[in-house]
Design a protein around this ligand. Structure first.
Ligand code: GAL
Length: 497
């Protein structure tokens, strides 16, 4: 890889099997009403896991297992203590100059039993206070309803694999719209359904650690999509007129770069995109699973001796109801993979990895981070944005996560380079490819509990001293860079209109 940097020019050239992927630093200002901000999630920052009436969640359960499956036996019990320190956090947000703050509501803080038979007033008051503090400082709240912390009681009844969950989620959503909706204009129903279903209920990698590949994740996905569309309709029918907000969903995807220009490799890229972003976006925009998923899973299920496809179908009613059930598409974008069709697909394998029959890898020469999966590929984000635009009729896109991990330094120049490269490519996608992106929140505002990796990987603009009782917050070099970028509203040192 070659990188050349001049005052206002940054060219990266990646030469892969004869391909050159390059970009020049974009120095155009983002539009005036573009929303810049930072993101977090309840379990990763709040702590206070058993305080003020909060119920237990599947992440409390997993973190309290003995022996612990989490790196260094870490837990989110205290995390960054943001439950108590939210005023200090909002003051920091104000210093950064963000337009918007993305955070999530812990379902079990509002409904300790998961169901709406008991509303925990202390939980409602807490989020009202956070929202009030944000608005007082001119920061718009962007609220995720579900960022992975399912109440344990609901998991005991089957969680996302059982369709009782749809109504339970809807009851939770209704309470949130009712209690907070006068002040919240941007809602996200789910964070990363692919990760919730594939890692949580298929491959058993994330809470609730259910191993049921090729079956569990597809049932989870159908329930989750039905819950999403019902929540969107609920808002549309009962709250939109009065509250005037928008409801979307955050879907994650890597970019899948074809290994060569051959039609087979290009098709492999399309299939992988359909098994990741398309898995959830296609039902929401067009009403049904992507064609490629249906074909592959139907065919493999048949050959494996199943009488029915392992991919459960939607009813005609679902299809009509789901079509167009979003105001925007959220995107979490971090990295890319190279792809080609598998040489010898495993006939018995089940789950998206096998069912797609596509091989993926990341070349060693791609710049890494503290997370083995996260290689720096800003050019991939531009391609992914263009793909989403073309696939889903230029639906407005909100980038809800994008960020870089290290092991902890205040002089985080690599994070600055990461943001500069990705934001430049996002600006290119808007300007040169006509993609309708209206906001961007980084992952993350502060270092936090990185799921199975505990506190070993840090994504924050703000450093947290986990050893200090105060969980001391310190701005990293990237926080200053981000603040200045928001002020200038472009990633170069000198901006053009
Ligand atoms: C996302 C997730 C975040 C954060 C990030 C970094 O998948 O939504 O909670 O952990 O990855 O790995």
């Amino acid at each position: 890889m070659t990188a050349i940097r001049a005052t206002n020019l940054f060219i990266v050239c990646l030469c892969l099997t004869g391909k050159i992927l390059s970009y020049e630093l974009n120095d155009k200002r983002f539009p005036k009403d573009f929303l810049f901000g930072v993101a977090t999630a309840a379990y990763q920052i709040e702590g206070a896991w058993n305080v003020d009436g909060k119920g237990e969640t599947i992440w409390d359960t997993v973190c309290h297992r003995k022996p612990s499956p989490i790196a260094n036996n870490d837990t989110g019990d205290t995390a960054c203590d943001s439950y108590n320190k939210y005023k200090e956090d909002v003051a920091l947000l104000k210093e950064l100059g963000v337009d918007v703050y993305r955070f999530s509501i812990s379902w079990a803080r509002i409904l300790p039993n998961g169901f709406d038979n008991k509303v925990n007033e202390a939980g409602v008051t807490h989020y009202k206070n956070v929202i009030k503090e944000l608005l007082k400082n001119n920061i718009k709240p962007l609220v995720t309803l579900y960022h992975w912390d399912l109440p344990q009681v609901l998991q005991n009844a089957g969680g996302w694999e059982n369709d009782f969950i749809i109504d339970a989620y809807l009851d939770f959503a209704r309470i949130c719209f009712k209690e907070f909706g006068n002040d919240v204009k941007y809602w996200i129903t789910f964070n990363e359904p692919r990760v919730i279903c594939q890692y949580g209920y298929g491959e058993g990698l994330f809470a609730p650690l259910i191993y049921s590949p090729g079956v569990g994740e597809y049932f989870c996905a159908r329930n989750l999509l039905r819950a999403h569309s019902k929540a969107w309709h609920l808002y549309n029918d009962e709250f939109r007129k009065e509250q005037g907000g928008q409801v979307g969903i955050t879907i994650d995807s890597y970019w899948y770069e074809p290994a060569t220009d051959s039609p087979k490799d290009k098709e492999a890229s399309e299939i992988k995109l359909q098994f990741s972003y398309g898995w959830f976006a296609n039902p929401i925009i067009n009403g049904d699973w992507p064609r490629q998923m249906k074909e592959k899973i139907d065919d493999r299920s048949k050959k494996q001796g199943f009488h029915k496809s392992r991919l459960p179908p939607f009813t005609e009613q679902d299809i009509e109801y789901m079509k167009g059930s979003t105001d925007f598409l959220g995107l979490n974008t971090y990295t890319s993979y190279m792809v080609k069709p598998m040489d010898n697909p495993d006939k018995d394998g089940m789950g998206p990895k096998y069912d797609s029959e596509v091989e993926e890898w990341q070349p060693d020469e791609w710049e890494g981070s503290a997370s083995p999966w996260l290689k720096v590929t800003p050019w991939g984000t531009r391609k992914l944005l263009k793909w989403i635009k073309d696939a889903y009729n230029n639906t407005p896109i909100l980038i809800t996560e994008n960020g870089y991990s290290d092991n902890g330094t205040l002089e985080d120049d690599r994070r600055i380079n990461f943001y500069q490269g990705y934001l430049s490519n996002i600006r290119d996608a808007m300007e040169k490819d006509g993609v309708n992106v209206f906001g961007y929140t980084t992952w993350s505002f502060m270092d936090n509990f990185e799921w199975m990796m505990g506190y070993s990987q840090r994504f924050g603009l703000i450093h947290i001293d986990y050893d200090s009782p105060e969980k001391t917050r310190t701005k990293k070099k990237s926080a200053y860079w981000f603040k200045n970028m928001i002020k200038r509203r472009c990633v170069a040192e000198i901006c053009k209109d």
